[in-house]
Design a protein around this ligand. Structure first.
Ligand code: NCD
Length: 320
C-alpha cells in the first residue's frame, strides 16, 4: 500500500508527473469530474484546518467521489480515548483513502501502518505537511515554469513551521536551490534539518533575522505564521508574533518577478495592503491546493489497485 507521509515518498520523476497531472486538471477540471465516482475519501482531522481539509474534500467532490470524516478530535471517538491505530482500522472499512491531521508528530505514520487504504499525512505536529508542499511546488512550477535554480527566502517561524520543513526536503532535490532563512534567533530552523538535509545535499543557505536585508534578491519569499499552538508559553509567542510584517514599503525593495507565498492562515505577518500586489500569490496558491490534491488522490487510488478511467491529456500539456 502506498501512502504519503513525507514529500520524499515521491521521486523527482514521480513528482513531475503528479504536477503535470495537476496542471492538466487545472486546464479543464470538468474532464476529470467522474474519475473517482463511487470512491470515498475520509478526512480525519484532530487539529484545526480550513484549507487542507476543505481542499481535500473539494478535490474528491470535483472528481465525482464522496467524502466523510470529522473535523476535530472532540467530535470523534478520540474524545473517548480511542487510539489512532484503532480509528484507522475502522476508517479502512468505510473509505477508499484517508487524509489525517494530528498534533502529534508521527501519528500519520502510525495510522499508515495499521491502514488497509492509502493514508495521506495532512500535517503531523511540527514535523511535516507534504500536501502543502505539493501545493507549493505546483504554485512555483506553474508560475515560474521550473523548480530548479531558485533563491528562496523562508521567513518567520522556521522552528515549528511544518510547511517549511517539508518544503526544504522537497526543494533540495532540484539543482541550483539556495535558501535565505529569515527568522528570530529562537525560531531558527532545527539543527537536525541542517545536519540531515541541507548539509549532506551541499545546499547553500544563509541565516539572518532581518527581512529587509534579504528581500531585494529573491525569486520567492515564503512567509509563515508564528505557530502559537506549538509554543510552551504565551509570553514568548507574544514577543515574537509581530517580528515580521511584510508591508508595501518592504515589498518595494523586492524584485518585480518575486513571488510572495504563504501557506495561510495569515495572522499579521503580511499586511493586507500587499494583497493587491501582483507578486502576492498566496490566495492563488490555496487554489492550486485543490488541483494537486485531485492528482494525488488519483495516483494513490491507482497505486492501491483502483481501475480509474482518466481522460486523454488536454492540448497544451506538451508545451511545458
Ligand atoms: C499550515 C499548517 O497547518 O501547517 N496551514 C495549512 O495547512 N495551509 C500553516 C499554518 O498553520 O501556519
Amino acid at each position: 500500500m502506498r501512502h504519503l507521509m513525507s514529500p520524499l515518498d515521491f521521486s523527482v520523476e514521480e513528482l513531475a508527473e503528479l504536477l503535470d497531472l495537476a496542471l492538466d486538471i487545472e486546464r479543464d477540471p470538468s474532464r476529470y469530474s467522474q474519475v473517482c465516482a463511487g470512491k470515498k475519501l475520509a478526512t480525519c482531522f484532530y487539529e484545526p484546518s480550513t484549507r487542507t481539509r476543505l481542499s481535500f474534500e473539494a478535490a474528491m467532490l470535483n472528481l465525482g467521489g464522496s467524502i466523510l470524516g470529522f473535523a476535530s478530535a472532540d467530535s470523534s471517538s478520540a474524545a473517548k480515548g480511542e487510539s489512532v491505530s484503532d480509528t484507522i482500522r475502522v476508517i479502512s472499512c468505510y473509505a477508499d483513502i484517508c487524509a489525517i491531521r494530528h498534533p502529534k508528530e508521527g501519528a500519520s505514520l502510525v495510522a499508515s501502518q495499521k491502514a488497509t487504504i492509502p493514508v495521506i499525512n495532512a500535517g503531523d505536529g511540527g514535523h511535516q505537511h507534504p500536501t502543502q508542499t505539493l501545493t507549493d511546488l505546483l504554485t512555483i512550477y506553474s508560475l515560474k515554469g521550473h523548480l530548479d535554480n531558485l533563491k528562496i527566502g523562508l521567513c518567520g517561524d522556521l522552528k515549528f513551521g511544518r510547511t517549511v520543513h517539508s518544503l526544504i526536503h522537497a526543494l533540495i532535490r532540484y539543482p541550483g536551490i539556495r535558501f535565505i532563512m529569515i527568522s528570530p534567533e529562537e525560531l531558527k530552523i532545527p539543527s537536525n534539518l541542517k545536519e540531515d538535509a541541507l548539509d549532506p545535499a551541499h545546499i547553500a543557505y544563509a541565516e539572518t533575522d532581518r527581512l529587509e536585508d534579504a528581500i531585494d534578491d529573491l525569486d520567492i519569499l515564503y512567509m509563515t505564521r508564528v505557530q502559537r499552538e506549538r509554543f510552551f508559553n504565551e509570553e514568548d509567542y507574544l514577543r515574537m508574533k509581530d517580528f515580521y510584517i511584510l508591508d508595501k514599503k518592504k515589498l518595494a525593495m523586492a524584485r518585480e518577478d518575486m513571488l510572495v507565498m504563504h501557506p495561510l492562515p495569515r495572522v499579521n505577518e503580511i499586511s493586507v495592503e500587499v494583497d493587491d500586489d501582483p507578486r502576492a500569490v498566496y490566495f492563488k496558491q490555496a487554489g492550486y491546493g485543490v488541483f494537486v490534491r485531485e492528482a494525488l488522490i488519483i495516483r494513490l487510488l491507482q497505486e492501491a489497485g483502483a481501475n480509474l478511467s482518466l481522460p486523454e491529456r488536454s492540448k497544451g500539456a506538451e508545451s511545458r
